[in-house]
Design a protein around this ligand. Structure first.
Ligand code: ACO
Length: 336
């Protein structure tokens, strides 16, 4: 069967940086509390002319440049996001703004902080079974738009960013996707969600609450609701299991992992997973101090920094895992 390899990466973050001290001016918190509990020190937030699509396009251009692939040679663009500019999806706009003359198939994938891992596996499936060759996988999110900036339990965690990876078909000897494992469980949705506003979803009922009402009012989404402790427990339990299962499918022991690259949600989650897998901290990639939790963008953003700084070298094995709302989680063992 056909192989697929990762041939380029890129990332982009908004210009506006907000430090923990600046946050402590709008909610009752402190730099010490945030850094000790999460490892986060600053985050970037969309402002001015930046938007999710422009960030995604910038990350995509850099990935194409590294891969030395022309945008006209793209066959597929997967935009992994929960915060598109358009409810119907923003991926076709990315193709347009990249100037792709060939109009590659472009669509959005929604799976919160697991979106990028899901996108990577979807890209591989399209390459292996669908006749696609050059697939751009973009993880981009702007959770700042859905954060309640008066809720200190959530607003300290998130930042905005985009990251991209170009996945290319190759022969099976060069295959760079060695194993994967994906899950979802709707039972955990109550612990982490940004649902449609209830009063508005009820608006099909009339004032008596019984008769069908028409026409309905336009809807909107509520801010992110989270039970941090439950999400923490879920991540620390499910992520090591998932990585172990992906390793098993790849036929590799954990000692083969050169780099552990988890979704960047909380340093304590990253440390706990590394301990469970018996991986020393020197093999763990982390940049959440500078960007916070950037949802679907966090893995390709951290990968891009690690590749460009020379940390991750060609031929090395990376264990990556995403986890978050849905609940969704999954992991992939990839060779860079
Ligand atoms: N500043 C100061 N105090 C705070 C803050 C804050 N920003 N937030 C909460 N506190 C207080 C609480 O009120 C509580 O006070 P109390 O003891 O008087 O009641 C105390 O600190 C402890 O609060 P906890 O919520 O129990 O703190 P915890 O140690 O669990 O840390 C945190 C909270 C950081 C949110 C942690 O639970 C966590 O990171 N969980 C995982 C969250 C996560 O990764 N979510 C994203 C998933 S990705 C996606 O799909 C969107």
């Amino acid at each position: 069967s056909k192989g697929c390899k990762l041939v380029g990466c890129g990332s982009a973050v908004p210009a506006l940086e907000i430090s923990n001290d600046e946050l402590s001016q709008i909610v009752d918190t402190s730099d010490e509390w945030i850094s000790v509990r999460t490892g986060i020190r600053r985050r970037r937030v969309l402002s001015g002319k930046d938007n999710l699509t422009t960030l995604a396009v910038e990350a995509a251009r850099k990935a194409l440049e590294m891969a030395k692939v022309d945008s006209d040679d793209l066959d597929l663009i997967l935009l992994c996001t929960s915060t598109p500019e358009d409810l119907f999806g923003s991926a076709p706009q990315i193709s347009k703004q990249l100037g792709c003359k060939t109009n590659p198939l472009s669509y959005d994938i929604t799976a919160a902080c697991s979106g990028f891992v899901l996108g990577l596996i979807s890209a591989a499936c399209h390459i292996r079974g669908g006749g696609f060759n050059n697939v751009l996988v973009i993880g981009a999110d702007a959770l700042s738009r859905y954060v309640d900036w008066t809720d200190r339990g959530t607003c300290i965690l998130f930042g905005d960013a985009a990251g991209a990876v170009l996945v290319q078909g190759c022969n099976s000897e060069e295959d760079g996707l060695l194993g994967f494992d994906l899950h979802s469980d709707g039972n955990g949705q109550r612990h982490l969600n940004a649902g449609i506003r209830e009063n508005e979803s009820d608006n099909a009922l009339d004032s008596n609450g019984s008769v069908f009402g028409f026409p309905p009012k336009p809807s909107s989404y509520s801010c992110i609701q989270m039970n941090g402790k439950e999400v923490f427990r879920f991540a620390v339990r499910c992520v090591p299991q998932s990585i172990e299962s992906a390793l098993q499918k790849a036929g590799l022991p954990a000692s083969c992992i050169d780099w552990l690259l988890l979704h960047q949600a909380n340093q304590r989650i990253i440390d706990a997973v590394a301990t469970r897998l018996e991986l020393p901290s020197e093999r763990v990639i982390s940049n959440l101090a500078n960007y916070g939790n950037t949802s679907a963008a966090s893995i390709p953003l951290a990968l891009d920094e690690a590749v460009r700084s020379g940390k991750v070298k060609a031929g090395q094995t990376i264990a990556t895992a995403g986890f978050g709302a849905g609940l969704t989680w999954g992991s992939a063992i990839v060779r860079w």
